[in-house]
Design a protein around this ligand. Structure first.
Ligand code: SF4
Ligand code: SF4
Length: 285
């Protein structure tokens, strides 16, 4: 058993036995050898399920929205991406940070179970160390701004308008509107999503290109300046839509228009589209 797993179990046991939290969210060994899905531990006799290995790919924070015991504290393990997701949910008023006990983990990156290589979202990660925590496991790992994460967007920008339209038409034609991208996204945290407001009729039920585009583009704009670049949407998409290209196009444009910004590094900042400055760029108006 590795050192992190031992430490995680020790901490989880103490928190549960002292009654400081009613649940711990971490990871456990899955049904398949190269998958370690989220685990929800509610008593000390379940502690041995907790593990840390190179396949703990899934984020832990979004599950906080499903906690039915909102008056009781939850303990969760959080890497850089998870900690930014926690900040996102706090900033959006969806969870109370006082109800959390955050056990930070310095992360060296996870493997994609299909390729067994470092997962794309980890290759492009700029913050592997937690940005918020009550307790930290491990030593901080080196961080880098990873400007190469915009490379695919830069390539797309070289295309003509028709070529771009053709590219995205091909992508959205594949979408089956399973909503996995939305369900897994910490920035997609509305209690009622526009796609389910059937009586208002924002989104039709048909699975066709036009409806898929409405969904994909509305979602992208809705999370535009709140996206934490965790890459979970692209990881979860069963049809391999390059959703991070869309997210990063918006992020890149916003960085150019309003200055460099990374969402949810703390809970005090206001996203660029949430504030008004007299010197805001107005070329597009
Ligand atoms: S996860 Fe992929 S296939 Fe499913 S709705 Fe999102 S973009 Fe479409
Ligand atoms: S849009 Fe994708 S990358 Fe951005 S916060 Fe949501 S899941 Fe993470």
């Amino acid at each position: 058993m590795n050192e992190f797993t031992v430490k995680m179990r020790e901490i989880a046991r103490e928190l549960l036995e002292k009654g400081e939290v009613h649940m711990i969210i971490g990871w456990e060994k899955g049904r398949f050898p190269q998958q370690s899905p989220p685990a929800f531990i509610t008593s000390a006799d379940q502690i041995d399920r907790l593990i840390w290995d190179e396949y703990c790919l899934a984020g832990t924070a979004k599950y906080l929205l499903d906690d039915k015991f909102e008056h009781r504290k939850v303990g969760l393990f959080a890497r850089g991406c998870d900690s930014r997701a926690i900040n996102r949910l706090v900033q959006d008023g969806q969870i109370d940070k006082e109800k959390l006990y955050i056990i930070g983990i310095c992360c060296s990156g996870m493997k994609d179970s299909a390729s067994n290589e470092t997962a794309l979202k980890c290759q492009e990660c700029t913050h592997p160390n937690p940005v918020v925590f009550d307790l930290l496991i491990g030593e901080p790992v080196p961080e880098s701004d990873k400007p190469e994460r915009f490379k695919a967007v830069e390539e797309l920008e070289k295309k003509s308008a028709d070529e771009k339209y053709e590219y995205w038409t091909k992508q959205f034609s594949k979408c089956i509107r399973c909503y996995a991208c939305r369900n897994i996204c910490p920035a997609c945290n509305c209690r009622e999503c526009f796609v389910e407001q059937y009586r208002v009729g924002w989104q039709g039920k048909q699975n066709n290109l036009a409806e898929n585009q409405v969904f994909g583009l509305t979602r992208a704009y809705h999370i535009g300046d709140r996206c934490i670049e965790c890459g979970e949407c692209a990881r979860a998409c069963p049809m391999d839509l390059p959703l991070m290209e869309l997210n990063r196009k918006l992020i890149k444009d916003m960085n150019q228009l309003f200055g460099p910004y990374k969402a949810s590094l703390d809970t005090e900042d206001t996203p660029p589209l949430g504030k008004y400055r007299l010197d805001d760029i107005e070329e597009f108006m």
